[in-house]
Every structure is written in structure tokens, then in C-alpha cells.
Design a protein around this ligand. Structure first.
Ligand code: NAD
Length: 299
């Protein structure tokens, strides 16, 4: 089967690369963090010492990086990867970055005769592990079609949102809404607990009622209300407050360029900024916003 070069083996990229291996691909992996490469090797990837070593002979390149700056530094410029890939190589960037940065990479790839799409994901680390991610693709139809097979090895749903950058627009709209329903869910759960309700019982009631939403039913932020979520594990792993703040910043920037009104998103961003004021909180999963609403013991 084809060789895939995979860049960014973090909370999401690690299990995504492992699923490509399980599907039979030969995966060459590169990450700036050597610890991530040790795990990737355990998962069956070949660890590489440089991006160029990983990309050598690869028919497909997949990246899952923390920022637009990281994506641009990997692909663009004299030393960038795009200058070194063989014609017709398929480039799939799954990172959440701005639509503008995604278009820059796409245009540079097209100029070099490469196929490229932006394919940010939804579903979180559990879906990355289960291979059930939702991909939101932007780019030419032919490039999206060429990406279907490797994407199916990592996900359950593949949407073609439109031209280059459209996947990123869909993703920031989704995460704007996610931040809003996560903060709203935390607020409602705390009100119930303050009034003497058991958060698990209240969650079960709201999940069967009109307040149901993904944060409540799949990613409950109240410790003890649900198993196998970051709240059950000291808010470790998952999707960090720092990354949620990055996505809310992207959403606010995008709204400014189309004069769109986003008062709920602006409030959610402010709450996350307040919560993320400490370095410690920045590293916690984003459902830790529950702590903003919780009263100190005895309070
Ligand atoms: P992470 O911080 O766990 O992993 C990022 C990895 O990229 C790290 O291992 C880091 O060392 C590596 N890296 C950084 N710069 C690099 C470079 N230039 N070359 C190679 N490796 C580099 O982050 P994550 O949670 O896996 O998120 C990755 C992307 O996925 C982000 O854009 C995020 O917004 C998006 N995302 C995350 C989730 C989630 O639940 N964690 C869900 C959907 C989308």
C-alpha cells in the first residue's frame, strides 16, 4: 500500500497515524517532540529525523499541527516540504488553521503540481482513537476524492464543504458553537448542583430533554457525571483550553472580515480567556471551564 508521511503526532495525530497503520499504510512519522515519536513507533509508524526524510517517496502527506504558523513553516518557503514533493503527491492538512493560511498552502501546492485539501476534523481524541472522526474538506473535487480512502481509515464521515479554505470555515463555525454549548452546559449543571441536584441525574434528565447537546451527552464537563471523558480524569488529555482559545480567535477574526455578528462566541471567548489566564489552565481540557462556575469547597 502507499506510503504516507505524517506530521504532528500529538493527542489527535498520534491515534490518527496509528489508524493509518492499522489500515495497511506504511506511515513515516515526524514530530518536533521526540516523546511523540516513541509512541508513534510503538503504534507501527517509522519515526524520522526530519520532514524531508519522512516525505521521501511518500504518495500522501498528512499534517495535524497546532497552528497556522506551524503548518506554513512545514510546507512553505525555500526549505518547505512543497518544494520537495513529487508531482501529484496528495497533501492533506487536518490542522485547524485560518482559511487564509489554508488557501496559501493550497495555492502553493497547486503551483507545484500537487493535489491539496484542508481537512480539519471534529470528534475529539476519542473519535481519533476510534477512527470515527468527521472530516470537513476544502479544495478541488478531484483532490477530495483522492483523499477519501486515507480519510476513511481515520474517520467515519467526510464532507466536501467547498473550495480551498472552506473546510476551515466549517470547522471554526463548529467550534464557535462547541464553545458556546460547553460553557452553557457547565453553567446549567452548576446551577443544578448549587440547588442540590446530583449532576449525573440532572445530566440524564437534560439528555432526554430539549437541553441536550454534544457537550452534555458526549463530553460531560462535571466530574463524576460521565466516565471516559476528560472531566473524569482531572481534565487531562483531550482538547486544551489553549487550542480552544486559538479556534475562538480564528472565529472572531473570520467574523470581523465579513462583519458577522458573534456576541455569544465573543462571550464564550472572554470566559475561556479568563479561565486560561493561568498557564496551568491553558493545558487542561476545554471542559475544565466547569471550574469557573464551581464554588470553592464550603463556599
Ligand atoms: P497537540 O499539541 O497534542 O499535538 C500537536 C503536535 O504537533 C505536538 O506533538 C507537537 O510537538 C507537534 N508539532 C508542532 N509543530 C510541529 C512541526 N513544525 N513539525 C512537526 N510536529 C510539530 O495538539 P492536538 O490536540 O493533537 O491538535 C492538533 C490540531 O488538531 C490542532 O490544530 C487542533 O486545533 C486540532 N484539533 C484538536 C482536537 C482535540 O480534541 N485535541 C479536535 C479537533 C481538532
Amino acid at each position: 500500500m502507499e506510503k504516507i508521511a505524517f506530521f504532528g503526532l500529538g493527542n489527535m495525530g498520534g491515534p490518527m497515524a496509528a489508524n493509518l497503520v492499522k489500515a495497511g499504510y506504511s506511515v513515516a512519522a515526524f514530530d518536533l517532540n521526540p516523546t511523540a515519536l516513541v509512541q508513534a513507533q510503538k503504534d507501527g509508524c517509522t519515526p524520522c529525523e526530519s520532514p524531508l526524510q519522512a516525505a521521501e517517496g511518500a504518495a500522501i502527506v498528512v499534517s495535524m499541527l497546532p497552528s497556522g504558523a506551524a503548518v506554513k513553516s512545514l510546507y512553505l518557503g525555500e526549505e518547505g516540504l512543497l518544494n520537495h514533493l513529487a508531482e501529484n503527491t496528495l497533501v492533506i492538512d487536518c490542522s485547524t488553521i485560518s482559511a487564509e493560511d489554508a488557501r496559501l498552502v493550497n495555492e502553493a501546492a497547486s503551483e507545484r503540481g500537487l493535489l491539496a485539501i484542508d481537512a480539519p476534523v471534529s470528534g475529539g481524541t476519542a473519535a481519533a482513537q476510534a477512527g470515527s472522526l468527521c472530516f470537513m474538506c476544502g479544495g478541488e473535487e478531484a483532490a477530495v476524492d483522492a483523499a477519501r480512502e486515507p480519510l476513511q481509515a481515520m474517520g467515519a464521515k467526510i464532507f466536501h464543504a467547498g473550495s480551498a479554505g472552506a473546510g476551515q470555515v466549517a470547522k471554526i463555525c463548529n467550534n464557535l458553537l462547541l464553545a458556546i454549548h460547553m460553557t452553557g452546559t457547565a453553567e446549567a449543571l452548576q446551577l443544578g448542583v448549587d440547588k442540590g441536584l446530583d449532576p449525573k441525574v440532572l445530566s440524564e434528565i437534560m439528555m432526554q430533554s430539549s437541553g441536550n447537546n454534544w457537550s452534555l451527552s458526549n463530553y460531560n464537563p462535571y466530574p463524576g457525571a460521565m466516565e471516559n471523558v476528560p472531566a473524569a480524569n482531572g481534565y487531562s488529555g483531550g482538547f486544551t483550553v489553549a487550542l480552544m482559545l486559538k479556534d475562538l480567535g480564528l472565529a472572531m477574526d473570520a467574523a470581523a472580515t465579513s462583519a458577522s455578528s458573534t456576541p455569544m462566541g465573543a462571550l464564550a471567548k472572554n470566559l475561556y480567556q479568563l479561565h486560561g489566564a493561568s498557564d496551568e489552565n491553558q493545558k487542561l481540557d476545554f471542559s475544565s471551564i466547569q471550574n469557573m462556575f464551581r464554588r470553592p469547597a464550603g463556599g
